[in-house]
Design a protein around this ligand. Structure first.
Ligand code: AHR
Length: 499
């Protein structure tokens, strides 16, 4: 199979906002307790955080982590998670039917984030709570001193404000499963009033309003329009969430799902611009894709989990080779929409539908999906270039005209590098790729890294890795004309540097 792509130094889609490489940690399953925090583990630091996990988070180069939920946040009282540990209550978490011990809260998580060299995107409870708690919490976190809430923080041993800059106004408020689920009008009103008092409290923050939990929600479209009708002038971003599944074990269809993600982004962008026009606004609302990943492997086993215990293993998907390809197509889709997607979170980070897994009292290890994310986060920074492609297409169960080649290029001007990310969706045939790198006359191929395994169900584990990056040889660059081979069902990173 053959494919051709052309890129040009001057034809750009937009700058990559590094915040598209965010991730997410929720008080859910073993993400926090027995994940990032395991005080009796041999690798635990003085605060009980696992240093081996922090090392892997740093490898992924994650600029911020969304916290503390997720569905969890819609029933969470932030006051339960601050102050003396022996006074913190154990609470019922109605989102996941577990017990929440509140040993880790805002201040501990902020400490962890510093150690992991990342920032925090804070999510607010707009399920059971409203503007009053939100502004108090923001004052607690971001106001320097001399007020009730800021001095309370200082009395808890945190002298300097956290200065969290990104805040989510609730989570998936369109979903009937959400604690305090609302209609679009109910949510739009409370989000607008919460946004107002928050920006009065700290005008430097940015706010994300909840879009739909999924494009297939019955209220999709109308939800976005109504919420923005209420909030347009008060918020900065609208959220999108998507999880891919392969219940039917139909890999060509599974790998085509990124077309739906692309369509989701384009449709929500249009709705944002439609409301902008209706309101005669000069402001542009951008997108926060603050939950995306593959999630389906653990669904059945999670039905069996005992209720009202602390941190049971939940949502522990073990990812395959083909999941790594799906994640690769999702990363490429985010990059292709860099002009409007400014924030994104791989959901989640540790143990819960996560690239990083931990063994209790044992190893921390990298899942298959760890690697495409790490590559994109490392090399996908700069200007995204348009890459017109000509290649064969296929039809699958739900999608038509699916190109066998999914690809994008990013030019990092600072490092004089251009990187092509590519997924060969063809499960049976290698792809002979021809690329014309117009405007990159004096460049050379630095490396071609590929991830492939003939067994699409191959997984990694604490015992070893079956899905990992390998160097591939054979690529030839002659002037600006490049030729190489992309193995069947593979993720590829082609890095070109100035000679
Ligand atoms: O990431 C797992 C869950 O998925 C989150 O709690 C929720 O927001 C979404 O439905």
């Amino acid at each position: 199979m053959k494919a051709k792509l052309t890129l040009h130094k001057e034809f750009s889609i937009g700058e990559v906002d590094k915040r598209i490489y965010g991730s997410f940690i929720e008080h859910l399953g073993r993400a926090v307790y027995r994940g990032i925090y395991e005080p009796n583990h041999p690798e635990a630091d003085e605060l009980g955080f696992r240093k081996d996990v922090i090392k892997l988070v740093k490898e992924m180069n994650v600029p911020f982590v969304r916290y503390p939920g997720g569905n969890f946040v819609s029933g969470y009282n932030w006051e339960d998670g601050v102050g003396p540990l022996d006074k913190r209550p154990v609470k019922m978490d109605l989102a996941w039917m577990t017990l929440e011990p509140n040993k880790i809260g805002t201040n501990e998580f902020a400490e962890w984030a510093k150690k992991a060299e990342t920032d925090v995107m804070m999510a607010l409870n707009l399920g059971t709570r409203g503007p009053d708690e939100a502004r108090n919490f923001l004052e607690y976190c971001n106001f320097p001193k001399g007020t009730y809430w800021s001095d309370l923080r200082r009395s808890h041993g945190v002298e300097h404000p956290h200065n969290f800059k990104l805040w989510c106004l609730g989570n998936e408020m369109d979903g009937p499963w959400q604690i305090g689920h609302k209609t679009a009008d109910e949510y739009g009103r409370v989000a607008a009033e919460t946004a107002k008092v928050m920006k009065w409290t700290d005008p430097s923050i940015e706010l994300v309003a909840c879009g739909s939990s999924y494009m297939r929600m019955p209220t999709f479209g109308k939800w976005e329009e109504t919420v923005l009708d209420h909030t347009y002038e008060h918020v900065d971003y609208l959220s999108l969430h998507i999880y891919f599944a392969n219940h039917e074990n139909d890999t060509p269809n599974f790998l085509a799902r990124s077309l739906e993600m692309d369509n989701f982004i384009k449709t929500v962008t249009s709705i944002c611009d439609y409301v902008k026009a209706k309101q005669h606004s000069k402001k542009q609302i951008n997108l926060s894709f603050d939950e995306w990943n593959v999630w389906f492997h653990s669904r059945n086993q999670d039905e069996e989990i005992e209720k009202w215990i602390e941190s049971p293993p939940r949502l522990e998907d073990i990812y395959t080779m083909e999941d790594a390809l799906a994640v690769g197509t999702m990363l490429i889709t985010l990059l292709k929409n860099a002009d409007r997607v400014k924030i994104a979170c791989l959901a989640q980070l540790v143990n819960v539908i996560a690239p990083i897994m931990t063994e209790p009292n044992g190893k921390a290890w990298r899942q298959s999906i760890f690697y495409p994310f790490m590559h994109a986060s490392q090399y996908g920074r700069g200007t995204v270039l348009r890459c017109p492609v000509s290649c064969d297409t296929y039809d699958s169960l739900e999608y038509t005209d699916v190109p066998y080649l999914e690809t994008v290029a990013v030019h990092n001007e600072e490092n004089d590098e251009v990187t092509i990310f590519a997924v060969n969706r063809n499960l049976n045939e290698d792809m002979e790729l021809e690329a014309d790198l117009c405007g990159f006359e004096d460049y050379k191929l630095a490396e071609h890294v590929t991830i492939h395994n003939k067994d699409l169900k191959a997984v990694n584990s604490a015992a070893g890795e079956k899905v990992y990056p390998e160097a591939q040889s054979g690529g030839r660059l002659d002037g600006t004309k490049f030729q190489t081979r992309l193995p069947a069902a593979s993720w590829n990173v082609l890095r070109f540097v100035k000679k």
